[in-house]
Write a new protein. Structure first.
Length: 282
């Protein structure tokens, strides 16, 4: 787990990504919106492996005689490196890692990235975490980032903003039209942004003890044998789906353990469809 840069250089272990059945979340937003910062928090909290396309490209620039100069020039001009290079790095990093949950940060950056990744790996993202932030705030953050990056100067920053508006926003729009975008207000302080991020990820991963039972997410529920699941009216199932809501608020308020004053232990099983007895733990 953790940020994978070096593992991108390791030999692939031979298993294809579709065989690995990887869960992928794309993390998008403008330069300086806080993608890397939030990914670090998500890794700690939810056990994902963080793959930053920018970090992988910067590492490749240092080590590759074949593509080094090209990558360096593209990054300095704020342009997007051809997919064939970036996807190879991402694929290698995923194959060399034992985890099956990946946060892919700063990718896909344009339509070419998106279509090529899908056709090469056969993977569609679980959802897209979109960190929404104004240029004014992003510019201020980038100029104060202080990581010695060649592209964090005002000329390149302006070029990166233009590329983001022209090439990356349409990709976010594409996923939005498929109901896959989880938009977060990224202008707030880091901790507040992460609270909103958590409420997007939690329903996908939660397994919470609740009145002597385990509260499972709808994803976990799908993997359970039918015999351990109580009958659930269709209407209830839908309202609890972690991916049905487009805002974190809507997701969390639909949870059965919040906002209810009645004792759930008193309720019939059909009113708490995701409560699985501990003896049948998932
Ligand atoms: N919510 C936030 N509020 C204030 N500063 C932030 C916030 N999120 C990130 N930063 C800072 O802004 C800069 C850019 O963040 P980073 O995570 O590197 O962005 P990105 O990966 O999107 O380019 C860093 O110096 C980081 O510490
Ligand atoms: N999918 C990608 C991601 C990044 N790049 C290049 C071009 C970007 O301007 C730089 C830096 O990207 P990175 O995601 O690290 O940083 P910012 O979001 O711009 O702050 O890397 C790319 O060519 N293709």
């Amino acid at each position: 787990m953790g940020t994978v840069v070096d593992s991108g250089k390791k030999e692939a272990n031979g298993s294809s990504l579709s065989e690995k059945k990887a869960t992928v979340v794309f993390v998008l937003g403008g330069p300086g919106s806080g993608k890397g910062t939030q990914c670090t928090n998500i890794v700690e909290h939810f056990g994902y492996t963080h793959l930053s396309a920018g970090d992988l490209l910067r590492a490749e620039k240092e080590s590759s005689s074949e593509n080094g100069t090209m990558i360096q020039n593209m990054i300095k001009e704020g342009k997007i490196v051809p997919s064939v290079v970036t996807i190879k790095l991402l694929q290698r990093a995923m194959q060399a890692n034992n985890n099956d949950k990946f946060l892919i940060d700063g990718f896909p950056r344009n339509e070419e990235n998106r279509a090529a990744f899908e056709s090469v790996t056969g993977i569609e993202p679980e959802f897209v975490l979109f960190l929404d932030c104004s240029e004014e705030v992003m510019e201020r953050r980038l100029l104060g980032r202080n990581q010695g990056r060649a592209d964090d100067n005002i000329d390149t920053i302006r070029k990166r903003f233009k590329v983001y508006m022209e090439s990356t926003l349409p990709v976010i729009e594409y996923y939005n039209s498929k109901g896959k975008v989880r938009k977060i207000d990224a202008e707030k302080p880091v901790e507040e942004v992460f609270e909103a991020v958590k409420s997007v990820f939690t329903p996908l991963h939660e397994k919470v003890h609740f009145f002597g039972r385990i509260l499972c997410s709808s994803k976990t529920r799908k993997r359970l044998p039918k015999s351990v699941l109580p009958d659930v009216p269709k209407k209830k199932k839908k309202s609890l789906s972690p991916l049905s809501a487009t805002t974190p608020q809507a997701t969390s308020s639909s949870r059965p353990d919040q906002g209810s004053t009645s004792d759930p232990a008193e309720q019939p099983s059909t009113s708490a469809p995701y409560l699985i007895p501990i003896s049948q733990r998932c």
